[in-house]
Design a protein around this ligand. Structure first.
Ligand code: CA
Length: 219
């Protein structure tokens, strides 16, 4: 899953980025409203974390522009504490959730997980597909109740597919959602991770749809 983190203060942004990356997200950063607006309008993020007090363009304006342009990416706004009117204005402008600073990273991560699964119509943090069970909170996978040990990249591929059961996902889409913008991408690596997943899981679970991509077989 790939996130856009919009925050102008490096002292806030840097530790947040590390927290998100440690949790397995690919993270792009923007330090002002214009950069955020441009990135959020073209890159396929799974969620956006948006500070409201930003230079060049304020966060509310950025959010209003995205929504006016049809950008449907889930947005979590980061507000100043006790600024209840910011929360109201943010939600009215199209935010999906808010978090008041300062916050615990566990709460931030829980809200990001919830935004991503709700965007796919999923209610539970535990995703299931046939014998597979993926707990997004703990980052753990079991198959028929047995733990499956995955590398972080294998986990990211499987998690992306499990958020979209029965949907064909192209290699390009997987690549775009696994890596940050500045990462040296090679779509062949996705094939390698899928091949490894197939060796660790029932082989028929991840179908290849010729010319289109991969699909997690709905049970
Ligand atoms: Ca700020």
């Amino acid at each position: 899953m790939r996130l856009l983190l919009v925050e102008d203060e490096p002292a806030v942004r840097e530790p947040l980025r590390r927290t998100l990356e440690q949790a397995g997200y690919a993270v792009d950063e923007a330090a002002d409203g214009r950069a955020a607006w441009q990135l959020g309008g073209v890159e396929p993020y799974d969620a956006i974390l948006l500070d409201l007090g930003l230079p060049v363009l304020d966060g509310l304006t950025v959010l209003q522009r995205w929504r006016a342009e049809g950008v449907k990416t889930p947005v979590l706004i980061l507000t100043a504490r006790d600024q209840w009117h910011e929360k109201v204005a943010g939600i009215d402008a199209g935010a999906d959730d808010y978090l008041a600073k300062p916050f615990h990273s566990e709460e931030l991560l829980a809200r990001v997980r919830a935004l991503i699964r709700r965007a796919q119509g999923l209610a539970s943090p535990v995703l299931t597909c046939g014998p597979l069970r993926l707990d997004t909170r703990a980052g753990r996978v079991t198959c028929n109740g047995e733990p499956v040990t995955l590398t972080s990249h294998e986990y990211k591929v499987l998690a992306y597919l499990m958020h979209r059961p029965g949907t064909v996902v192209s290699r390009a889409e997987l690549t775009e959602h696994l890596y940050a913008q500045d990462f040296d991408r090679d779509s062949n690596t996705v094939e390698v991770f899928v091949a490894r997943l197939r060796r660790k899981l029932p082989a028929a679970l991840i179908e290849t749809v010729r010319g289109l991509g991969y699909r997690l077989a709905a049970a």
